[in-house]
Design a protein around this ligand. Structure first.
Ligand SMILES: Cc1ncc(C[n+]2csc(CCOP(=O)(O)OP(=O)(O)O)c2C)c(N)n1
Ligand SMILES: [Mg+2]
Length: 347
């Protein structure tokens, strides 16, 4: 009779696994810091302008602003190389700008114009640019996690050395497909950085009210995926964490989770009564931990003259105003385009 296979010895509840080092804040040069400041300001002013255009009725449908969260995408994406890919949910304008998509192409998409990055048919939530390695823009909460895992698979399969940065929210972290993806990604050691943008709220409730384990960086434990919690209001901490995560993933050690503790200042979307938090709470974060003010202070401490910072502000306002003017004036898609690029029937 065949011998029964030996049962594997049980491991202790929390086995000693190799873990990434605790990240250190990135030591940015003055020029790099100015660049971070510029990028964060671009996102903020772009989003404020999008909010205005929405109010004027020039943008229709859904529109989710990234104001307050700028340090996360700027810190992380500044560490990427051109071969890496990015995917996120519907709060996507900032990530796209950082992928190098021109602000006027993003704004024209918001106003539904033919010159928009999705030819005016995607709108705020559904933008895409393979050329810029930006794979959406997704309205289905959590879907980008599975798709991002697929992008990781594609990097590994092609052997191109790329890593996928897959962003999702604290609310999305409770979706089932996230965990199916985690399992597969670790099993196949896929090059994916799962970025949980924990802005403390989903659509209408707080993370503590909706999550049994609200320390979201631990969510990979049962799949042996390590996680790191990061101050998402500090761009240097974000960049430092990106360096550590990229080193881990590029070394072939499989996926990693970064939980970015951040905050959104505006409503969930443009129609949000925001009954789940007080105005005082929002104001306190703005006053004490604003990510742009943080960098501005660092620059001032390094002796960057106030005039230089004002110059950056003017330069950014000009870019954003030009994008808005373009988005208002450029034509809508021709009616004949109604059914093109909507469904791929054949390759
Ligand atoms: C599968 C699915 N369920 C529900 C929704 C409705 N919905 C849109 S956004 C959202 C909350 C997501 O919150 P979070 O992941 O924290 O992202 P945030 O908006 O804070 O960036 C919900 C429930 C959806 N779009 N898709
Ligand atoms: Mg959230």
């Amino acid at each position: 009779m065949a011998k029964a296979p030996a049962l594997r010895k049980a491991e202790p509840p929390v086995p000693n696994r190799e873990r990434p080092d605790e990240p250190t804040p990135y030591a940015a040069s003055k020029d790099e810091l100015i660049e971070f400041y510029k990028q964060m300001l671009l996102i903020r002013r772009f989003e404020e302008k999008a909010g205005q255009l929405y109010g004027l009725g020039l943008i229709g449908g859904f529109c989710h602003l990234y104001i307050g969260q700028e340090a996360v995408a700027v810190g992380l994406q500044s560490a990427l190389t051109p071969v890496d890919s990015v995917i996120t949910g519907y709060r996507d304008h900032g990530h796209m700008l950082l992928c190098g998509i021109p602000p006027k192409d993003v704004m024209a998409e918001l106003t539904g114009r033919a010159a928009g990055i999705s030819k005016g048919k995607g709108g705020s939530m559904h933008m895409f640019s393979v050329e810029h390695k930006f794979y959406g823009g997704h309205g289905i909460v959590g879907a980008q996690v599975s798709l991002g895992t697929g992008l990781g698979f594609s990097h590994k399969y092609k052997g191109d050395g790329g890593v996928c940065l897959a962003y999702f929210g604290d609310g999305a972290a409770n979706q089932g497909q996230v965990y199916e993806s985690f399992n597969m990604a670790e099993l196949w050691k896929l090059p994916v950085i799962y970025v949980i943008e924990n802005n403390q709220y989903a659509m209408g409730t707080s993370v503590n009210r909706a999550s049994a384990e609200d320390q979201l960086y631990r969510r990979g434990e049962s799949f042996r995926i390590p996680g790191i919690q990061v101050d998402g209001m500090d761009v240097l901490a974000c960049r430092g964490a990106a360096e550590e995560a990229l080193a881990w993933v590029r070394a072939g050690k499989g996926p990693i989770i970064l939980e970015m503790k951040t905050y959104r200042y505006r409503g969930h979307s443009m129609s949000d009564p925001a009954k789940y938090r007080s105005r005082e709470e929002v104001q306190a974060v703005r006053d004490k931990s604003d990510p742009i003010e943080f960098v501005k202070k660092l620059l001032e401490e390094q002796g960057v003259p106030e005039g230089d910072l004002k110059g950056v502000e003017q330069e950014i306002r000009k870019i954003v105003n030009e994008a808005a003017d373009f988005a208002e004036q450029t034509p809508e898609p021709d009616a004949a385009e109604l059914y093109t690029d909507v469904l791929v029937e054949k390759y």
